[in-house]
Design a protein around this ligand. Structure first.
Ligand code: CP
Length: 325
């Protein structure tokens, strides 16, 4: 077990070894068990986390805040409308100054071609760990929770099949950080990953290359397809969600017009029937109900979305406890 993680940033799981990620999961399961049995675990007493939000959130904010309280510390909610973080304060100033006030800095900054660089610039100036609460490229804590959930529901992930599929949503052009992070992480755990999307919704080439290499090293596979039905066929897990066609166009109107061509890319009962009988339905939430997924599926017996959301709390506490102590 690799335990020397104090001071480490978590910007993408790809920058942590598999052994380090296994440590995170091990600690997360311990913390979950302890919380279930009423044991307190004040690993970060008197420590404080700055949570910088340039973009809205429900689960991420709530779970980091609750997690820090359960670890005996405090989380400060710093959002862009009531502070100067989006204008005036530079990344270097934020990293250096907040690094003197706090024991960790977590950031959600999803601006296209800017969010990840901002987080890396803060990290370069910070003396404390920087945790990526989602950028336009990665969402590491979501996929750590997803992997924990897969292990809980399906056991050893090696050899299990998952369809990471695009789905239609009308709300807005969402980041592609979840599918990109999923294909990177799950291929390292020996899973057979089917990436399914219409041609305009391709992911970054360098991420696909890294995921292919992960699969090669760890005995998994990565296949791509533009057929949602074929992607769902006989898989153990379906993870259909919307993301934007960022590499095709950055124009919101053009992107909305492209999306409308694929309104039938919904996860409904018929499509769930294509997967294995005991397949599970996953989604990071929020979902566009009855557009991206039917109520019958997301509220149905195969859905694990509530346990998946809960696991955000446990993996985040594990990473904070390991890096911020
Ligand atoms: N899944 C997730 O990150 O949820 P929020 O956007 O509500 O934080």
């Amino acid at each position: 077990m690799q335990t020397d993680l104090r001071g480490r940033d978590m910007i993408t799981t790809q920058e942590w070894t598999k052994e380090e990620i296994e440590t995170v999961l091990d600690v997360a399961f311990d913390l979950k068990r302890e919380r279930a049995t009423g044991q307190s675990h004040p690993l970060l007493r008197d420590k404080a986390l700055a949570m910088l939000f340039f973009f809205t959130s429900t689960r991420t904010r709530a779970s980091f805040e609750a997690g820090m309280a359960q670890l005996g510390g405090h989380a400060a909610f710093i959002e862009s409308h009531t502070t100067q973080i989006a204008h005036g304060d530079t990344a270097r100033e934020i990293g250096d100054i907040l690094g003197r006030y706090f024991d960790g800095i977590s950031i959600r900054q999803c601006d296209w071609k800017a969010g990840n660089q901002y987080i890396r610039d803060v990290a370069a100036a910070s003396r404390v760990p920087v945790l990526n609460m989602q950028c336009e490229v990665y969402h590491p804590f979501q996929v750590l929770a997803d992997l924990m959930t897969i292990i809980e529901k399906k056991g050893d992930p090696r050899g299990k099949s998952i369809a990471v599929s695009w789905a239609y949503a009308a709300s807005y052009q969402k980041p592609s950080s979840v599918p990109q992070s999923l294909i990177l992480l799950l291929t390292r755990f020996g899973m057979n990953v089917r990436l399914v999307h219409p041609p305009e919704y391709r992911l970054r080439a360098e991420i696909l290359e890294q995921a292919q290499e992960n699969a090669r090293r760890h005995g998994g596979t990565l296949e791509t397809s533009d057929d949602m039905d074929a992607g769902f066929q006989d898989v153990d897990i379906v993870y259909p969600k919307s993301w934007g066609c960022w590499l095709t166009t950055e124009d919101p109107d053009e992107s909305a017009a492209i999306a409308r061509k694929y309104e039938d890319w919904i996860c409904d009962e018929r499509r769930m029937g294509l997967a294995k009988e005991d397949a599970i339905y996953m989604h990071c939430l929020p979902a566009d109900r009855n557009i991206e997924v039917t109520d019958g599926v997301i509220d149905g017996p195969q859905s694990v979305v509530y346990d998946e959301a809960e696991n955000r709390l446990h993996v985040q506490k594990a990473v904070m406890g390991l890096t911020m102590r």
